[in-house]
Design a protein. Structure first.
Length: 211
């Protein structure tokens, strides 16, 4: 993961110009909450960025911790939570490290458009950390770009974005193989998600339960 590059983006680029910074929570997350599949609990936002979704959940009564490797993003997230009048915990941590410095475990974990920033050789360490952070029967949601996504040239497993970030585009089989040793798969599908500056992305939606 390109931690330094991401941190520089948060330092230098206005939030409204950062393509992944979308204030409105995505359907993948709101659908779980509105359906009652996920109720207020202890939740962790993995790769929380500016903390938009963490703040939204906190406003609904969730006890939310946001984790990001970018100190600049975490500072923005803390300021956003104050502005919105909600209480969240935000932690600067490397999710590819031995173990994120977070107290306790969580009932719900999610990453939205994070995993495509991780190359295949980084993902095993990451998913083991997600497993460590969650308690038995916790729910884990992940949404990342599909290899069938037409954006950024539309071909190739790795593609460079106009922001200069390098992304890895996954298949459903890759995501199944990643989570299955650690989680019981509940739902796996390819969905369309909105792009900030128009159009849509094809993405892999994974919902699973910690074993």
């Amino acid at each position: 993961m390109q931690t330094n590059e991401i941190d520089e983006i948060y330092k230098k680029v206005p939030l409204d110009k950062i393509p992944w910074n979308i204030e409105t929570p995505p359907d993948a997350l709101t659908g779980l909450v509105k359906s009652g599949k996920i109720r207020p609990c202890r939740a962790v936002d993995l790769g929380c960025g500016a903390g938009n979704y963490a703040a939204w959940l906190a406003g609904l009564g969730f006890d939310v911790t946001g984790i990001d490797s970018s100190p600049a993003a975490i500072q923005i997230a803390r300021e956003n939570a104050v502005k919105k009048g909600v209480r969240c915990t935000f932690v600067v941590a490397d999710l590819l490290g031995d173990s994120p410095p977070v107290e306790g475990t969580f009932d719900f974990a999610y990453d939205y458009e994070l995993l495509h920033h991780l190359m295949p050789e980084e993902r095993e360490v990451y998913i083991k950390n997600v497993h460590r952070l969650t308690r038995p029967h916790a729910v884990y949601l992940s949404v990342c770009f599909s290899e069938d996504d037409p954006q950024f040239g539309g071909v190739g497993k790795t593609r460079k974005t106009p922001m200069g970030t390098l992304l890895y585009f996954s298949s459903e089989d890759e995501m199944r193989d990643l989570v299955s040793p650690h989680f019981r798969l509940l739902e796996l599908k390819t969905v369309e998600v909105a792009a900030k500056f128009g159009g849509t992305h094809k993405a892999i939606y994974v919902l699973c339960e910690r074993t």
